[in-house]
Design a protein around this ligand. Structure first.
Ligand SMILES: [Cu+2]
Length: 221
C-alpha cells in the first residue's frame, strides 16, 4: 500500500513538473504535455498554414516550467520534416539554428533567433523551414516544432511579448546536449530575457491541479 502510494505520488510529481510551451512562433498544434518527449510534441507533419517569420531579427518566446534548463533550436529545410533525421546536416549532425545554451528561471522567455546568420544552406527569403526547440529542464529532452516561411520584410508582431523582462543569465553558457549527437558550432552569446506576465497563471494552474490530485489520492487511502 505504502509503496504503491509513493509510486503514485512520484508519477504525479513528475507529471506536474513538466515542461515548457512554445508560445511564438505558434507550434504545429496545441501543446500536449505527455507527448512533448516525442518528436515535435508528436505532431509529425508540417502544417499547411505556415507562420511568416523574419529572416533576420527573429525571436522565439516560450514558457518554462523548470527552474534550470537548456535549450537548443534545430532547423530543417525539408518541406515536410517528419523525423529527427530531417533536422540533421549532410554529415548527420544536428543542424542547429541556435546552439544549446543554459537558462534559468520559470516563466516567459524571449530568445533571439537570427536565422540569416546561421549559414545554413537554403535559409533564404521565401523558404519554407521548420524549427524544433529542444528543451531539457532535468526530466529529459522535450520537443516542439513550428513551420515557417521566411521573409526579409516580415517583422515580429508587436503583440509578441518580448519586453518587460529582466535580463537573466545574460550570456548563457554553452552546454553539450545529453544525447549522442553534439553541437558542432561554437557558442553564441545572445541573451535571454525573462518576464513575469502570464507565468503566474500557468504555475498557479499546475499547483492547483496538483493539490486537487493530491487531495483525491489522500481521500482514497
Ligand atoms: Cu518537464
Amino acid at each position: 500500500m505504502h509503496f504503491t502510494t509513493l509510486t503514485l505520488l512520484s508519477s504525479l510529481i513528475a507529471t506536474v513538473n513538466a515542461h515548457f510551451q512554445l508560445s511564438y512562433p505558434p507550434p504545429r498544434g496545441p501543446f500536449v504535455d505527455d507527448s512533448e518527449v516525442n518528436f515535435c510534441d508528436n505532431y509529425v507533419h508540417a502544417v499547411s498554414n505556415r507562420s511568416e517569420f523574419p529572416l533576420s531579427g527573429g525571436v522565439v518566446t516560450l514558457n518554462s516550467e523548470h527552474t534550470s534548463w537548456s535549450l537548443g533550436i534545430l532547423l530543417s529545410i525539408v518541406q515536410d520534416p517528419t523525423s529527427f533525421s530531417n533536422f540533421t546536416t549532410s554529415s548527420g549532425q544536428q543542424q542547429l539554428a541556435r546552439n544549446f545554451a543554459s537558462g534559468s528561471g520559470e516563466g516567459q522567455f524571449c530568445i533571439p533567433l537570427d536565422l540569416s546568420s546561421t549559414g545554413i544552406s537554403g535559409v533564404q527569403n521565401g523558404a519554407n523551414v521548420t524549427i524544433q526547440l529542444v528543451f531539457n529542464g532535468g526530466d529529459g529532452s522535450l520537443y516542439q516544432c513550428a513551420d515557417l516561411t521566411l521573409s526579409n520584410s516580415f517583422t515580429i508582431p508587436s503583440s509578441v511579448s518580448c519586453s518587460n523582462g529582466t535580463s537573466s543569465s545574460s550570456s548563457p553558457s554553452a552546454t553539450s546536449p545529453s544525447g549522442p549527437q553534439s553541437a558542432s558550432k561554437t557558442s553564441s552569446t545572445a541573451s535571454t530575457k525573462t518576464g513575469n506576465s502570464a507565468s503566474g497563471i500557468a504555475i498557479t494552474g499546475f499547483a492547483g491541479g496538483f493539490g486537487l490530485l493530491l487531495a483525491a489520492l489522500i481521500a482514497t487511502l
